[in-house]
Design a protein around this ligand. Structure first.
Ligand SMILES: *Cc1c(COP(=O)(O)O)cnc(C)c1O
Length: 394
C-alpha cells in the first residue's frame, strides 16, 4: 500500500521559493540563537570577537550570519579563502575581514576589497607586497599545531622583512596570531608550550618595530575553557556561534516532510543490498533527504529522526537523496513533519547525535548540509539587522 500526495510538501516552501529542493527540505537558521551565542561568548572572553564565518558560516549562510554576529557585538569576521571574504564585501559588509588561506594570485583582489590577509612565509609576504595599495597583514606563527603558520626558526626573518616593508610604506602589519591544538585544555602541556612560544614570537615582532592592532590566539574551545591567558585582544570564534559547545544554543533545524508511506510485512529487506530488514509488520516512511543533503552514509544502522511526534529509526542504507524510516505499526500521514536535526528541544536528534552516529564531529555535520537544502533565516530580534532579500521573519 503506497500513499503519495504531491501537495504534501508544498507547505514547506517559503514564499518566493520556486526550486524543487526548496519544497522538499529546508534548514531553518535561528538568528536569535546566533546572536545569543555571540553575546555569551564575547562576555566569557572579555575581549573583542572575530566571528568565523568560513565554509558558508558552517553551512548556515555566511552573509546573513555575518550581519547578525556584527549586530550582536562581533567586531571582526574571519574566513578561510579570499573568495569567501569577497562574498561578504559584495554584500556590503564593511567590518574588518581576515582571510587565512590565501591564494597569491588573488592578493590584489583582496587588497582592493580591503580584506586582511594572513602571511606565514617570506614568499607570501613578497607576493602580497606586490599588490597595489597597502595590504593589511596578520603574521601567523606556528606555535605547535604544525598545520600552517611560520615555523619558529623562520619567524625572526619574517618579522624583520615585514617591518622593513612596513617602514617602506608597502604593507601594514595589523595582526600577530597563532592557532591552538588543544584549545579546550588550558592546562595541557601543549597549550603551555604554545602560549610560551607565542609570547616570545610577539616580543620578537615588537622588538622588530611592529605595532599590531590585534594579537589573537583563542578559538571557541579556549574561550569556553575560560582560558584568559589565550584571549589577548581578539578571540576567533566559529563553532560556538552555531551552538557547538556546552551552554550554547544550536541555531539550525533541518526539516522536511514524509513523501510516501507503505505497509511492509516483517522479514522484508529494505533498500540497497537489503542492509535493513523489517522485524515486525510495520510502516515505512520515505524521507526525501540523503547523503547529498548531509545525512552521513556512515550513520546507517544507527540514526533516527523525529517524525509525526515521535522518534523513529532509519532502516536500510542512507541513500544519496532519501532515507527510509521505520515508523512502526501505527502509520504517520504523508506530509507529516520530519525533524532531522535541531536543538533537541522537541525530541529531535541534535547535530551531536548525528556526529556520534557517523563517527565525526558536529562541524562536519553542519558543513555537510548540501546546497540544495534551502536555508530560511528567522528569529531576528530587535536590533539585529535582517538579511535583505528572500528571507522572512518567524
Ligand atoms: C576554524 C578556525 C577558527 C574557529 O575555530 P572554532 O573552534 O570553530 O571556534 C579559528 N581559527 C582558525 C585558524 C580556524 O581555522
Amino acid at each position: 500500500m503506497i500513499e503519495t500526495d504531491p501537495s504534501a510538501t508544498a507547505a514547506l516552501a517559503p514564499p518566493g521559493t520556486t526550486s524543487m529542493a526548496g519544497e522538499l527540505a529546508e534548514a531553518v537558521v535561528d538568528h536569535g540563537a546566533i546572536a545569543a551565542n555571540v553575546r555569551t561568548l564575547r562576555a566569557t572572553a572579555g575581549t573583542r570577537l572575530m566571528a568565523v564565518v568560513k565554509a558558508d558560516a558552517f553551512g548556515h549562510g555566511a552573509v546573513p550570519v555575518a550581519r547578525t554576529c556584527l549586530s550582536a557585538g562581533a567586531s571582526w569576521l574571519g574566513v578561510t579563502r579570499v573568495g569567501e571574504a569577497l562574498e561578504l564585501r559584495r554584500a556590503g559588509i564593511t567590518a574588518p575581514v581576515l582571510a587565512w588561506l590565501f591564494e597569491p594570485s588573488r592578493a590584489e583582489e583582496a587588497v582592493t576589497a580591503d580584506v586582511d590577509l594572513s602571511v606565514s612565509s617570506p614568499g607570501d609576504l613578497a607576493a602580497v607586497a606586490r599588490a597595489t595599495g597597502r595590504p593589511r597583514l596578520h603574521l601567523k606563527l606556528d606555535t605547535g599545531l604544525h598545520r600552517s603558520g611560520c615555523p619558529g626558526e623562520d619567524w625572526a626573518g619574517l618579522v624583520s622583512a615585514a617591518a622593513a616593508l612596513e617602514s617602506a610604506g608597502r604593507v601594514r602589519v595589523v595582526g600577530l596570531w597563532s592557532h591552538l591544538s588543544h584549545g579546550g585544555e588550558p592546562d595541557a602541556v601543549a597549550t603551555h608550550r604554545q602560549l610560551l612560544m607565542f609570547r616570545v614570537g610577539v616580543d620578537l615582532a615588537r622588538a622588530a618595530g611592529l605595532r599590531p592592532e590585534v594579537v589573537h590566539l583563542a578559538n571557541t574551545a579556549a574561550v569556553q575553557a575560560n582560558s584568559r591567558p589565550t584571549a589577548y585582544d581578539l578571540v576567533r570564534v566559529g563553532a560556538g556561534i552555531y551552538g557547538i559547545g556546552d551552554g550554547l544554543s544550536p541555531a539550525l533545524t533541518l526539516r522536511t516532510r514524509v513523501v510516501q508511506v507503505r505497509r511492509v510485512a516483517t522479514g522484508r529487506g529494505v533498500g540497497y543490498d537489503h542492509v535493513g530488514r523489517t522485524t515486525r509488520d510495520t510502516h515505512l516512511a520515505l524521507v526525501p533527504l540523503g547523503y547529498a543533503d548531509g545525512l552521513p552514509r556512515a550513520a546507517t544502522g544507527r540514526a533516527s529522526v523525529w517524525v509525526g511526534g515521535r522518534r523513529a529509526s532509519l532502516i536500510g542504507r542512507v541513500c544519496m537523496d532519501q532515507v527510509v524510516v521505520d515508523v512502526g505499526p501505527e502509520p504517520v500521514p504523508v506530509g507529516a513533519e520530519v525533524l532531522v536535526l535541531g536543538a533537541g528541544d522537541r525530541g529531535e536528534p541534535t547535530a551531536r547525535d548525528w556526529a556520534r552516529w557517523a563517527g565525526t564531529n558536529e562541524h562536519e555535520i553542519y558543513t555537510g548540509i548540501g546546497a540544495r537544502v534551502e536555508r530560511r533565516h528567522v528569529g531576528f530580534a530587535a536590533g539585529i539587522q535582517r538579511p535583505r532579500v528572500g528571507m522572512e521573519e518567524r
